[in-house]
Design a protein around this ligand. Sequence first.
Ligand code: ACO
Length: 388
Amino acid sequence: MTAIREPVVIHKGLDNVYVKESKICFIDGDASKLFYRGYSIDELADHSTFEETAFLLIYGWLPTTSQLEGFTQKLDSYRPLEPEVLRLIQEFPEQSDPMDVLRTAVSALGLYDPQPMTDELKLRIDKAMRILAKVPTIITAFDRIRNHKVPIQPKGQLTQAAEFLYMLTGNEPDPYDSHVMDVALILHAEHEMNASTFACTVTASTLADMYSITTSGIGTLRGPLHGGANEAALRTVLEVGDPSRAENYVADALARKKRIMGFGHRVYKTWDPRYLILKKFAGELATRKGQSGLFDTAVAIETSARKHLEGTPIFPNVDSYSGIVFHMLGNQTDLFTPIFAMSRIAGWTAHAIEYLESNRLIRPKALYMGKTGLPYLPIESRTGRLEA
Ligand code: ACO
């Protein structure tokens, strides 16, 4: 006997399914445009800071001077880790993936918040800021511990970007490096209803706390189909190794139906606007740091790929140069996705807060294709395999 089937449409991958109205982010994938709260990403990259952009995403408007000061002071005050959380990180296996460490440590932060559950908007924002501020401290503490170095306390009065680079190395970063890192954080802060933001929204819809919401996002970003393409794109550039080998690599990869990492996007069917900004910085960083070979190889891969993919909607995406930028800023490859998370928390929490303004529990359906009414067999009569 089979279950009665309703006439239904299955939206596998939820392609083109709208789950809420939103005023946070608009992507025009045909015109190569991205807006946060109505402001173009190009303008934000040119004029804003990550802190200001995070405020914009969470509150909905650009802050005044005093609002921005209050926001950054609060982030500063939240930045140090509770000793218990730091001790926990010290206990993790050194070979752990930093994304696993981040997921576990952010979850643990909730244990040291005396009131993790709240339905008050002000407190929800406060918890979002607490997580946002502590994530750079978590990532850098683990990176130093696994390299047998002592974690560095936040210096204070630095931007999220500069503080991250400072806690990573113990040296006050070059202002240009901090600026590039800051812009990279702005560019990764939000991208509408992607997989991790949806995961956060589902968790928020159950009225769970902000720590559970963010942990869901980190777990979802961890997968190679979402975060992680930046690492793969850099590995490709390192593997190709020289601009002269790019054409052969691309032709061979495409002939074998292999994807070129850092190319293609579900929404953008032309240039990803974030790619253009990061490419410029990657070129400048390469000159400054004497790593032109790396950049030239990436450009050669891009040129060959564009030639072979001409006539298709497959263009470079944000990840074609973000990995190179993070690499030249001194980050180990497995820190790229945690850095992505460090920025995207602004978007995740903004969407969770927005969804909770008119919450409805997210509870889709699965079309049952199995049997019903099977007789319960005693253990000695079972076949031990799936019956047709
Ligand atoms: N290189 C070569 N061919 C590609 C690429 C690529 N990077 N991307 C898509 N294609 C081809 C596919 O092989 C497929 O060809 P076919 O129809 O002949 O089989 C066609 O384009 C459509 O592919 P889909 O996977 O259906 O396209 P979609 O738009 O859903 O894919 C995705 C988007 C998953 C990002 C894809 O382009 C990809 O895998 N890119 C490489 C990984 C990457 O850079 N990811 C980062 C995305 S940005 C971000 O998440 C932050």
